[in-house]
Design a binder for this molecule. Structure first.
Ligand code: ATP
Length: 482
């Protein structure tokens, strides 16, 4: 591994990456790096970079890998990012070095093995055999998302259409943070976009095929905030995704790649829910030997029936720590990109003023909220039985476990938040059926800019020219300030 170097700003620098090595970079938000491949082939997480085209990256950690014997020669230069000049806790220097310690060859081998399964699926249309359904798990910063990007990109390069499932709510993948998504990926990823996946369909005309995800709203960035709502929504997404594989032959053959938040054995109920909901047949563990063994024991029966396999890839050692402020900035930029577009395509979302009195507004419930509410219910109530673990009520009947109704919607509980516009019309009697709300599809997401408490009016940005209909709204815990 070469010694990290800090660069002079602005001076164009050439880098030669030997075959099988990667050039790692960390670009702060205060800096824009332009990167041009001059010779050979370079890939960022499986996406091949065009030669002689300057790519613009900011606020990114990543690596260019050289897959061919010709290696890769690239040039980069840096400039101040005037939009982010005041980002705190950062210097403006790019940190970069070449390393031969890379997991890409393991992922390339795995991709070939997955392609064999896809070939079998393609040949077996009659029995509707699906391509591989891969779940990636592991500790924090183990390289799970990088592995998901690489597997998806390699599959797309082989002209497959894998469905990328993002179950990590702190990332907004083709969408906003707080949402769980499943997206058929038909072409290369947009490495210049905020998080290296690509914009959402709202991001307007792009050189990439627009990606239209299936979406379930969770509403928090952390799984522990309401693990019951998280599991409910991922089950729903699993159902919709498997139905999509039935309807779309390309996606059926392409199979699934499921990216997750950091999960270990203490989250086994979540892992189990994912395995069941998405009919997972391969679990890839990023760098955690113990987890490989424990999952092997847990799923012993499925493994003995050849319904499931567990394999390990090395942990990515490139990044060991990411500051909370860096993660938050990435989330904010993802939200900004959703509503306003990016440096290539500017969007002009419309501003709507709505009368809050005519809407019914719920808010996603913290599980803590739920349990504390339950303590005040009279004994004998079915909710109390649930808490005590006796006869559990029907999940879908206990809406309070997932959402709480805002009896007094106001600036303190709504301003600067992202709000879900459901497909459930406001009922005449004001009574919302729990199942209807829980299972409702989503019309869109709006950003609450301002709440006028005196006038009971709310100003919202909505990336569509259609008026915001009088539907039930769900306020998320995702905050954002323009
Ligand atoms: N080979 C690499 N070289 C440089 N940076 C990398 C490399 N692989 C991943 N990274 C960066 O390291 C960070 C963590 O990687 P990644 O997001 O893949 O891990 P993760 O396990 O999904 O993390 P999380 O704990 O957030 O789920 C990201 O910023 C990613 O871009």
């Amino acid at each position: 591994m070469s010694v990290p170097s800090y660069l002079d700003q602005n001076a164009p620098t050439e880098i030669s990456i030997p075959h099988g090595a990667e050039w790692r970079f960390e670009v702060p938000y205060k800096t824009i790096m332009t990167l041009t491949v001059k010779d050979g082939v370079g890939e960022i997480f499986g996406t091949e970079l065009p030669n002689d085209v300057a790519l613009r990256l900011t606020g990114r950690k990543g690596a260019v890998y050289a897959p061919l014997s010709s290696g890769c020669r690239l040039q980069f230069e840096t400039h101040p990012n005037r939009d982010n000049i005041n980002t705190s806790n950062e210097d403006e220097l790019v940190h970069q070095y070449v390393s031969t310690d890379t997991v890409v060859p393991q992922l390339a081998n795995l991709s070939f093995a997955l392609e064999v399964v896809r070939l079998q699926a393609a040949a077996d249309r009659l029995r509707q055999k699906t391509g591989p359904k891969v779940l990636i798990v592991g500790n924090s910063l183990a390289g799970k998302t990088a592995a998901a990007k690489t597997l998806v990109s390699y599959a797309a390069k082989m002209e497959r259409v894998p469905v990328l499932v993002n179950l990590d709510p702190k990332e907004g993948v083709f969408s906003l943070p707080g949402l769980l998504t499943a997206t058929a990926v038909r072409d290369f990823l947009d490495v210049e976009s905020v998080n290296g996946w690509g914009g959402s369909p709202t991001t307007g005309a792009t050189p990439h095929i627009p990606k239209q995800p299936l979406v379930r709203s969770y509403g928090f960035v952390g799984v522990s905030e309401n693990v019951e709502l998280y599991k409910y929504q991922l089950e729903q997404l699993g159902r919709a995704t498997l139905a999509r594989l039935k309807d779309d032959d390309d996606a059926r053959v392409g199979g699934l790649v499921v990216d997750t938040p950091p999960l270990t054995m203490k989250d086994i109920d979540v892992i189990e829910t994912i395995v069941l909901s998405f009919s997972i047949d391969l679990i890839v563990v990023a760098g955690n030997d113990r987890l490989v063994v424990d999952l092997g024991r847990k799923f012993e029966l499925q493994i003995s029936q050849n319904a499931l396999a567990v394999v390990k890839i090395s942990r990515c050692n490139a990044v060991t720590e990411i500051e909370e402020s860096f993660v938050r900035k990435c989330q904010e930029d993802t939200i900004r990109e959703y509503f306003n577009g990016n440096f290539r395509t500017r969007l002009s979302p419309l501003k709507f003023d709505v009368d809050m009195k005519t809407y019914v507004i719920y808010k996603v419930a913290r599980l803590l909220d739920y349990t504390s509410q339950m303590a005040f219910l009279p004994s004998g109530d079915s909710y109390t039985a649930d808490v005590e673990g006796e006869e559990a009520p029907q999940k879908e009947e206990s809406l309070e476990k997932y959402f709480v109704k805002l009896d007094d919607p106001n600036s303190s509980n709504l301003e600067n938040s992202i709000i879900v516009i459901t497909l459930v019309p406001v009922p005449a009697n004001g009574v919302v059926l729990p199942l209807e709300l829980l299972d409702s599809s989503v019309l869109g997401y709006a950003h609450v800019l301002k709440v006028d408490d005196a006038k009971q009016k709310m100003s919202m940005l909505f990336p569509s020219s259609n008026n915001i209909p009088r539907h039930v709204l769900i306020a998320t815990d995702i905050g954002y300030m323009e």
